[in-house]
Design a binder for this molecule. Structure first.
Ligand SMILES: [Zn+2]
Ligand SMILES: [Zn+2]
Ligand SMILES: [Zn+2]
Ligand SMILES: [Zn+2]
Length: 634
């Protein structure tokens, strides 16, 4: 994935440095070891000088089509989820409380002192660095784990000594375990694809080495520390499984700069998926989405209907963000400067102008636009000195898109800085649990920056304020208001055309919360037998339905129709139907009884008016409404 822009740069500019020459050789990639993917997935693997490796659809695909299933070459449970899920299958782990000898921050035991700790029901007794859901999983993991065990036992201490992230060491050990298991299990090569369940085989370690380590983007000192730490670590790996130090550094860098972060069973997992990383390029307007599932398996599905021969892309960053922010995020985490179509379109023609849009103070209709003209050539330089991006704006002017007004870009930056400061203040209050104050600050924020037309309505600071207000108002029990803010969030995210694709999971979650809250409120208001209550219930039922339907459509596309997430919405839709039918039945009764009263009144009037002609007075009794026996109870 990190190969996205580099091969283009190298191929066009010619490489002088040795490292660049080495990379240039990788430009036209050999696809042969990945051709197997074409036989089981509706995709074709491709590579070219200009684009590097990529995949296209082999036929027309509808939204929600599975296009890749890949089991990680190496995956680790993140530190914060360490004891919560199984280190083999990533299912939740039962825990128990235990008394043990106290351990200090360096991982050394303190003699004579004990502490109570919660530990997983099953774990490796030797290293205490692997939790399992069952003995079965511990056994299944033994081939990979045994060669890591001694090194894992000391990994905390090594990480602390050399000041390197523990996760970097653990991820390398996971790859070493994979390599060892590959040799034992799968002599010979080949990626093993599957569509479902248990028969998956992890992508071999050797394939992971096809990925770009992006070493020259990493800080020299960081690499030096990593080298020293890995040297200590490798000394604890049995010889049969050991790799050379240079290879270990390469593999650690590969994991570090190519992994996917997944949420599996609500917990954090990092996994390396060589095929997906190599062939599914990033786009800020992607047509596919990846999700992680139990067993460290990555599923990629189409988000939209696609014609045959369309390049398949996935997002590596949040898409409802300003262009600059997306590019910086990608630069820091993936080490490339995004030049996707959305990022390359002139700002004045792109939805991106709105994402951090500041309104023109003259006409209040347009946003101020500053087209960046500087092309980023040396990413390495940029990574070490982001201020290069800030220097570009000195002495430049932004122009209003709707009137002739101009303003210095630095002045616009001041407006934005003030907006960020106020935004942060409100969110710090929220983090501190000062919910009422947070709400006041946030609503004040909307008055200052939206009502006074300082920021464009689609500006992420405004939209994120509405998002926080949903949470704040829910916490304060003001559900009606939370629903109103939720509706605004959906309206903005979908209204900013081109900012998020159809079925985008983040938007789907706002449809989900909308549907869920509306349904709950509808039930509550329906129980309130007053006309006002019924009218509110009617409104909430009306809003719940399309929200739940959209959430269902998106979750089916992203997670699959048989996924728990799709079922969760399905259940709410069923509940909606049941409750709504019930509501219609009872309100019809009310309507009928109202009609009955009116009819009876009319009959009485008629009877009085035409006292001399008795027979017509009985006429209303013939209307179908009055034939409903149940109404008499009302
Ligand atoms: Zn397990
Ligand atoms: Zn162990
Ligand atoms: Zn982009
Ligand atoms: Zn203007």
């Amino acid at each position: 994935m990190a190969a996205t822009t580099e091969p283009t740069v190298d191929a066009h500019e010619g490489a002088t440095q040795a490292s660049k020459k080495k990379k240039a050789k990788k430009v036209v990639a050999d696809n042969s070891r990945y051709l197997g993917a074409e036989t089981v997935m509706p995709i074709l693997v491709k590579s070219s000088h200009a684009k590097g490796r990529y995949v296209v659809s082999s036929k027309d695909l509808s939204a929600g089509t599975l296009v890749t299933v890949e089991k990680a070459s190496g995956a680790i449970v993140r530190n914060q989820s360490f004891v919560n899920i199984c280190h083999h299958c990533f299912k939740p782990v039962a825990s128990k409380t235990q008394t043990r000898t106290k351990v200090d921050e360096q991982g050394n035991e303190v003699a004579g002192q004990t502490e109570r700790v919660t530990v997983p029901a099953h774990s490796c007794d030797k290293c205490k660095m692997a939790a399992y859901c069952s003995e079965g999983c511990q056994k299944a993991h033994a081939l990979e784990h045994d060669v890591q065990c001694d090194a894992l036992a000391k990994s905390n201490a090594i990480a602390a000594e050399h000041r390197v992230p523990l996760e970097h060491l653990r991820s390398l050990l996971a790859l070493i375990g994979r390599r060892f298991a590959d040799d034992k299990n799968m002599p010979g090569e080949g990626v093993h694809y599957k569509y479902s369940g248990q028969d998956a085989r992890p992508t071999p370690y050797s394939h992971a080495l096809d990925l770009n380590p992006n070493r020259h983007y990493l800080d020299r000192n960081a690499i030096k520390s990593m080298q020293q730490a890995l040297k200590d670590l490798l000394a604890l790996v049995p010889e049969a499984a050991r790799i050379s130090l240079p290879e270990a550094v390469e593999a650690a860098c590969i994991f570090n700069t190519n992994h996917h972060s997944l949420v599996v069973n609500g917990q954090q997992v990092l996994g390396l998926f060589p095929f997906s990383s190599l062939y599914f390029q990033h786009s800020c307007n992607p047509n596919c989405m990846y999700v992680g599932e139990t067993d460290a398996t990555l599923f990629i599905r189409t988000m939209t209907d696609l014609a045959a021969n369309t390049e398949l892309t996935i997002p590596y960053v949040e898409l409802y963000q300003p262009r600059e922010q997306r590019r910086r995020d990608l630069l820091m985490t993936r080490h490339f400067w995004c030049k996707c179509r959305r990022c390359s379109t002139l700002l004045s023609n792109s939805v991106d102008r709105l994402m951090d849009g500041i309104q023109c103070t003259e006409c209040k209709r347009g946003v101020m636009i500053f087209e960046e003209t500087k092309e980023v050539q040396d990413i390495n330089e940029l990574i070490t000195d982001m201020s290069a991006l800030d220097q570009e704006i000195q002495g430049k002017f932004a122009e209003c898109e709707a009137c002739p007004a101009k303003i210095e870009v630095t002045k616009l930056v001041d407006v934005l800085k003030a907006a960020i400061t106020d935004y942060s203040e409100a969110h710090i209050a929220l983090q501190r649990g000062e919910v009422t104050r947070a709400r006041q600050l946030m609503e004040q924020y909307l008055r200052n920056y939206e009502d006074k037309q300082v920021l464009n309505p689609y500006n992420t600071y405004l939209v994120n304020t509405y998002i926080s207000l949903i949470q704040v108002c829910s916490q304060l029990g003001e559900v009606d208001r939370a629903i109103r803010y939720n509706a605004i969030v959906i309206e903005r995210m979908e209204g900013a055309q081109g900012a998020t694709p159809e079925n985008y999971p983040r938007v789907a979650e706002y449809h989900m919360s909308m549907g869920d809250m509306c349904l709950k409120q509808a039930k509550l208001k329906a129980a309130n037998q007053t006309p006002a209550g019924r009218s509110m219930a009617r409104k909430y039922f009306k809003d719940a339905k399309p929200a739940l339907e959209k959430a269902f459509k998106a979750r089916t596309a992203i997670y699959g129709k048989d996924s728990p997430r799709a079922y969760e919405v399905k259940r709410l839709l069923d509940e909606y139907k049941k409750e709504h039918d019930e509501f219609v039945k009872t309100t019809e009764k009310k309507k009928i009884s109202k009609k009955q009263v009116a009819a009876a009144a009319a009959a009485a009037t008629a009877a009085t008016a035409a006292a001399n002609t008795p027979p017509p007075a009985a006429m209303p009794a013939q209307t179908p409404a009055q034939q409903q026996p149940a109404t008499s109870a009302a």
